[in-house]
Design a protein around this ligand. Structure first.
Ligand SMILES: Cc1cc2nc3c(=O)[nH]c(=O)nc-3n(C[C@H](O)[C@H](O)[C@H](O)COP(=O)(O)OP(=O)(O)OC[C@H]3O[C@@H](n4cnc5c(N)ncnc54)[C@H](O)[C@@H]3O)c2cc1C
Length: 444
């Protein structure tokens, strides 16, 4: 056991915690039976406080593959296995993750607990959609199997349940077949929000789509962006490229790193404006082509510790989704508020979600925008203003990115929360699984 200062990817908040590393089921059971309130943690790539608590169970030591069916692509593994390990092992064999977020440095347990989405939500929903069975350690110390048939209430509450139903020890899910490790990508410039939304609409048949937005653009250029769309390349697509002889090449490359925290204020509206201008022009010129799947899915992973560019105080990620019918107006209002305030977000990512029925997973049909803001005076007040716009347009916020919302604001977006809390109570009557976030949001 180690007492240590710990934070997640946004480096805010920082808590002092006892961290217990578990490497097997027995160790995990022993820890839970101690009876202290605790929360599971994977690789800490959630931005806020969802995997922070006074007692943290670090699951990353449970990192074994358990079984693989090379006919169906069904993989069974421990919950601490990372997506990057799965890619390294399975891409060369012709298999890829069914859904992946913008970083591969997450665990299977974290992917299920946040029910992560990728650039293919409109076609392939969230990661939880691909999970067939889980082994969960309950508050009683008992381990149980759950699936859409067995203990289905526990199964569906655990997907997107932010670790509050128990510790996921193992999971079984399907990978998808690929012919190559390459993507046919198109980069389409859009001069404003209407154009990028039209491009999303026209790109619905593409498996992957995502747009990067220049948040500082104003007036007729409000919502100026680049939309990236793509498909897995097949052998025919790469036959005249230098990759023809190594179609399934995959290597977890050494990364460039940010060696220290940048001084606070390094990312200001001027540096962001310069970066945005450069990025827009570069991608406008680059257009279409074949790219390896790593830079397509994980552009930021090429730079280790990129979160240090926000300085020691850290940053907040702000992600919300709006229903389809109010997306255009709501996104316009949010972008307008940011542009007026001059508080550009270095990263601003727009995606289109398809339909999803789930208990407390984040996605619902409509557009989602993710923004990063360095912690600076006045930020919290400004975000309250954005909260009001989001709520006015019927939107909701993503648990895994949050570290500051108040309970009322958060709960408004989740009509099935009461049902979730009933199931939590059934499997965890004494509230053993509890995070700093679940307390702040008055869920535990
Ligand atoms: C650069 C970057 C890009 C991202 N892009 C996206 C994106 O496109 N889409 C998206 O959906 N998310 C995205 N994320 C967020 C990230 O995918 C999620 O926060 C994910 O849950 C992190 O997994 P983790 O293993 O790091 O878990 P942690 O951050 O450690 O924990 C996250 C949650 O999972 C719970 N948890 C972890 N392991 C277990 C377990 N074994 N049993 C039960 N509960 C557990 C924790 O209690 C906590 O509630 C991104 C994050 C970064 C840093």
């Amino acid at each position: 056991m180690k007492k240590q200062k710990i934070s997640n990817w946004g480096k805010y908040p920082v808590v002092e915690a006892n961290v217990f590393e578990i490497t097997d089921e027995l160790r995990a059971q022993k820890q839970v039976k101690e009876g202290a309130e605790l929360i599971a943690r994977g690789l800490g790539r959630s931005y806020g406080d969802s995997s922070l608590a006074e007692t943290i169970v670090d699951v990353t030591g449970m990192d074994r593959f358990l079984a693989f069916d090379d006919e169906t692509g069904v993989l069974k593994c421990e919950a601490g296995v990372s997506f990057s390990t799965i890619l390294e092992f399975f891409v060369p064999k012709g298999w890829f993750l069914p859904v992946t977020p913008g970083t591969k440095f997450i665990t299977v347990g974290g992917a299920i607990a946040s029910d992560v989405h990728g650039k293919n939500h409109h076609k392939e929903v969230c990661f939880g959609n691909w999970v067939r069975e889980m082994k969960i350690l309950l508050a009683s110390g008992e381990t149980v199997l759950c699936s859409p048939i067995e203990k289905s209430d526990l199964f569906y509450a655990t997907i997107g349940g932010m670790g509050l139903t128990g510790i996921i020890l193992e999971a079984e899910f399907s990978l998808k077949k690929i012919e190559t490790a390459f993507i046919k990508q198109e980069a389409l410039p859009a001069e404003n929000l209407d154009i990028v939304m039209r491009l999303f609409d026209e790109s619905k048949e593409f498996t992957y789509s995502v747009a990067w937005i220049d948040c500082l653009a104003k007036g007729k250029n409000l919502g100026k962006s680049i939309l990236f769309r793509g498909e897995h390349a097949n052998l025919e697509d790469i036959k005249n490229t230098p990759f023809a002889n190594t179609p399934l090449f995959y290597q977890n490359k050494g990364m460039l790193g940010v060696p220290f925290n940048f001084p606070s204020g390094s990312l200001n509206s001027l540096t962001i404006r310069l970066f945005n201008g450069f990025y827009y022009m570069m991608n406008k010129m680059k257009g279409s082509g074949i790219t390896h799947l790593d830079p397509f899915f994980y552009p930021l992973d090429a730079i280790a510790n990129w979160n240090r560019i926000y300085g020691k105080k850290g940053f907040l990620q702000y992600q919300f989704v709006l229903p389809l019918e109010s997306s255009r107006d709501g996104m316009g209002e949010v972008l307008q508020a940011i542009a007026v305030e001059g508080r550009g977000s270095f990263l601003a990512v727009l995606k289109l979600f398809g339909k999803q029925e789930s208990m407390i997973s984040f996605p619902q049909e409509g557009y989602t925008l993710a923004l990063d803001f360095p912690i600076m005076p006045g930020l919290l007040k400004f975000l309250k203003k954005l909260d009001e716009i989001v709520l006015k347009h019927g939107g909701r916020f993503y648990f895994t990115k949050d570290s500051r919302l108040d309970p009322e604001t958060f709960k408004k977006g989740y009509p099935r929360l009461a049902e979730f809390l009933e199931i939590k109570k059934k499997y965890d009557p004494d509230g053993v699984f509890s995070s700093r976030q679940s307390k702040r949001l008055e869920l535990t």
